[in-house]
Design a protein around this ligand. Structure first.
Ligand SMILES: *[C@@H]1O[C@H](CO)[C@@H](O)[C@H](O)[C@H]1NC(C)=O
Ligand SMILES: *[C@@H]1O[C@H](CO)[C@@H](O)[C@H](O)[C@H]1NC(C)=O
Ligand SMILES: *[C@@H]1O[C@H](CO)[C@@H](O)[C@H](O)[C@H]1NC(C)=O
Ligand SMILES: *[C@@H]1O[C@H](CO)[C@@H](O)[C@H](O)[C@H]1NC(C)=O
Length: 783
């Protein structure tokens, strides 16, 4: 026993000592990083050049500072201890440093000015303006040094507030095709009345806010759209990401969890060390950075419920993950003496959890339903029953965990006799599961299924889908290609035999909480049961063919979605497409109102059997218009965020605006979003063509509308995730049989209806099938 305790003591000393060393080296690293980042776009070593330059000129008997060095010398408290020469030397160094710092500030200011220029985005390929031709090399010059994740942050421009006339006229333009003449007349009157009276007053306050706020939209957007919303976040706000479509790297559940958790933690390490490359947009000749602020609250983060508003909480350290399996919660330490566990060690630990047969404590199994139901009851329960004792300790562990992991006891994916239906069930499982087996408040929950399939459910307030998609791409690629598996499907890596058991969390759940869990679950279950999800990989063609016709793939898909909606419902609707404003500091999203005058004109012409030339002409106009709308949204000339902020100001001032009220309550019956593929370089589609990601999706936004998420994968494929509500008799997500037909129809060899009916089932059962139809799209390509 004595030897044992000595060993433990020694072990502890070693741990503390190595933690201490780690701590110090971490502090040094942080310091160095903030120095590198702080002097960006210059490098720390450039100080030397400035100093040597100044000293050299002084040596040549000329004073480069025009008397400043002498001034500094007079004010330095040095004359006691240094010779005259030493004093001059020190003053010269002080002067060099000041000069160097001002140069950095000037450089940064220039970079910011350069990054405020967005005209390049509107220029046709190969027809650059003279300004852009000068702009490109300047940007390249100033931003060429290898940046850290947050290096560019202080050089990013601020999101400008558009003029109120511009926003109002853009708004009216966007609703024109959706309204009848009298309706439009009424709306124009409302808008003009707003513009000339209340609007100006609200705008003044907004401009004032824009002066001091980093971003005039983002804090209000986060608070009013996400955190203050009092309904369930499950389905309504959280979204999901899926695994590879065709392959599952291993069918061993614990092993998949081992690699996935490791990959996520490696990503976290890159974020913390700022080694992750900031995401940048490609411009012909250079790249420009996007805001990286959304990475800050990716890990160690949870949303906690409040009676009026929820808050996002973030912790600076978190060396464990929280795991849920068959009704029990566990804490799994992922570090040992400062060392990240090997994938195999994590696998073994997960296996211990899977092998643990102990039953859930009373009330434990469905506790997670509190995060799925309405927010207010959850806030009350949390305050009353989870603010002390064992319940607080256990809840703390979940909330402070790096992220949440569910070991699901179901099998999911495209498999079995009904691959199509199973894909839909997979989507539903990631979106809401059993309503209690994910922790919807965590920044994200990873789900590992019994057959090794994986996925994630992400909370929406802390970041938007592109940031999560970036993380998930890295995770999938690292899991499959970097970490890999042994031949029998287990993780690699050494195992230290004496790892402590994962810790079961202890709860003492009183009857009141159990009653609330039941009612939250009932609310959530009703919501979940109403969601109709349909996922389909579209493989007839992809980006490659569309681009050959000189059409933007995104515009193409947006127009076809509108066409599909038109044929399904016999009309047009307000269409939301998410775009990002991360060219600006702390930018998030902006709405592209992608149903435009031009897209409606094209669809009407196509449906009424206009000639091929006419359809082609209108299609080109519609797609150009779409791209233009998208670019305006990205460069701060959108409509919806500005109107939203004006609305918030009007609420603060306690004034009613009939115009804003009406605009903000219009339903988005078609709510769409493209998931960007950002790190194609991580995937080797040449040698592993089957490692194709399915992307992700979200729930329906309007009760009688569709949510459509899509991802353009490689050159030949687009994956769609469609959602709607069963309770609405007008929407059926799997009418996408006809949606696909519409897409094909749009692309078929002529604009006259072509009734090729493609059996989706066939694709799903036989992944190798790639139809070849060389004639497709030809009518669009002729010019
Ligand atoms: C751009 O520069 C070229 C010569 O470099 C000149 O011929 C042309 O007129 C300029 N274009 C504009 C729009 O100023
Ligand atoms: C999260 O916790 C880890 C582990 O303690 C820590 O190293 C990291 O700095 C934290 N991450 C952030 C973004 O604060
Ligand atoms: C919208 O289209 C109609 C007809 O296609 C046209 O008369 C009108 O000028 C267009 N409006 C705008 C703002 O482009
Ligand atoms: C669509 O889904 C419904 C159930 O919602 C099902 O009854 C129907 O068979 C499905 N249709 C197709 C074509 O898969």
């Amino acid at each position: 026993a004595f030897a044992c305790s000595v060993n433990v003591a020694l072990d502890l000393t070693v741990t503390i000592y190595s933690n201490g060393l780690l701590y110090i080296s971490h502090q040094i690293k942080t310091l160095v990083n903030s120095l590198i980042k702080g002097v960006y776009p210059a490098s720390p070593s450039s100080w030397l050049f400035v100093a040597i330059g100044i000293l050299a000129t002084m040596y040549m008997q000329s004073d480069p500072s025009m008397g400043l060095i002498t001034k500094i010398q007079q004010h330095l408290p040095l004359h006691m201890s240094l010779s005259a020469q030493g004093q001059t030397m020190v003053s010269a160094l002080v002067f060099s440093t000041l000069l160097w710092l001002s140069l950095i500030l000037a450089l940064r200011f220039c970079l910011k000015l350069l990054l405020s220029y967005h005209q390049w985005m509107f220029e046709k390929h190969g027809r650059m303006s003279n300004t852009t031709k000068v702009w490109v090399p300047l940007v390249r010059l100033l931003s060429s040094r290898k940046p850290l994740l947050y290096s560019y942050q202080s050089s990013l421009p601020h999101l400008p507030v558009p003029a109120i006339q511009d926003t109002v006229s853009r708004y009216l333009e966007s609703v024109r095709p959706l309204l009848t003449d009298p309706e439009f007349k009424r709306m124009s009157d409302l808008a003009n009345e707003f513009e000339s009276n209340l609007g100006n007053r609200l705008q003044r306050y907004l401009k004032l806010k824009a002066l001091w706020a980093t971003n005039y939209v983002s804090d209000w957007w986060e608070e009013y759209v996400y955190l203050r919303s009092r309904g369930p976040i499950m389905v309504n706000s959280n979204y999901y990401g899926m695994d590879f479509l065709y392959v599952t790297p291993t069918s061993v559940q614990a092993a998949r969890a081992g690699n996935t958790i490791t990959a996520l933690l490696l990503y976290r390490r890159k974020v913390n060390r700022e080694e992750l490359k900031p995401v940048r947009l490609r411009v012909p000749g250079t790249v420009i950075p996007l805001c990286a602020a959304q990475c800050e609250r990716m890990f160690n983060t949870t949303r906690t419920p409040g009676v009026e508003t929820d808050v996002l909480q973030h912790w600076l350290d978190s060396e464990f993950v929280a795991v849920y399996h068959r009704g029990r919660y566990f804490r799994l330490w992922v570090y040992r003496a400062g060392r990240l566990l090997s994938p195999r060690e994590i696998e073994d630990q997960i296996q211990r959890i899977l092998d643990d047969a102990s039953p859930p404590l009373p009330g434990e199994e469905k506790l997670g339903a509190l995060t799925a139901g309405d927010r207010i009851p959850w806030a009350q329960m949390r305050k009353q029953y989870f603010s002390s004792g064992v319940n607080k300790r256990s809840l703390d562990i979940i909330e402070r965990a790096a992220f949440f992991v569910t070991l699901d006891d179901e099998e999911q994916g495209m498999r079995g006799d009904d691959p199509e239906g199973n894909l839909d069930r997979y989507a539903k499982s990631l979106l809401h599961g059993k309503c209690y087996d994910r922790w919807f408040d965590k920044s994200f929950s990873v789900v590992i299924y019994k057959n090794g399939k994986s996925g994630l459910n992400a909370e929406h307030s802390w970041a938007d889908a592109p940031t999560v998609a970036h993380l998930w791409e890295y995770t999938l690629a690292t899991d499959a290609f970097q970490l890999g598996y042994t031949e029998d499907g287990h993780c690699k890596g050494d195992v230290e035999p004496s790892l402590p058991q994962p810790q079961r969390l202890v709860w003492n759940i009183p009857a009141e909480v159990q009653a609330q869990v039941s009612s939250s679950l009932a609310v959530a279950q009703a919501l979940a049961d109403d969601v109709d999800c349909h996922v389909f990989p579209f493989r007839e063609f992809g980006k490659g063919r569309i681009k050959k016709c000189r059409v933007s793939p995104d515009a193409f898909i947006q127009i076809s979605l509108q066409l599909a909606y038109y044929r399904d419902r016999g009309g047009f609707c307000l269409t939301y497409e998410a775009s990002m404003t991360r060219l600006f500091r702390e930018g998030r999203t902006e709405t592209v109102r992608s149903c435009s005058n031009e897209s409606c004109a094209f669809i009407t012409a196509l449906e009424s059997g206009e000639t091929e030339e006419e359809c082609r002409r209108l299609f080109q106009l519609a797609s150009e218009r779409h791209q233009n709308l998208y670019r305006m949204a990205m460069t701060g000339a959108g409509i919806d965020r500005h109107l939203f902020c004006l609305y918030v100001v009007s609420k603060y001032l306690g004034v009613e605006s009939p115009f804003l009220k009406e605009v903000l309550s219009e339903p988005w019956r078609l709510s769409t979003s493209q998931t960007p593929v950002q790190q194609m370089n991580l995937f080797d589609l040449k040698n592993h063509p089957d490692f194709i990601s399915l992307g992700g999706g979200f729930g329906p936004v309007a009760d009688d509308g569709y949510g459509v998420s899509y991802i353009i994968v490689g050159e030949d494929m687009v994956n769609f995730h469609v959602s709607s509500k069963y309770s609405c008799s007008q929407t059926v997500s799997n009418v996408s049989v006809s949606w696909i037909d519409d897409l094909l129809y749009l692309l078929s060899c002529s604009p006259t209806p072509c009734n090729t009916f493609v059996n989706k089932m066939f694709y799903c059962v036989n992944p190798a099938y790639r139809p070849k139809k060389p004639g497709c799209l030809s009518w669009l390509c002729q010019s």
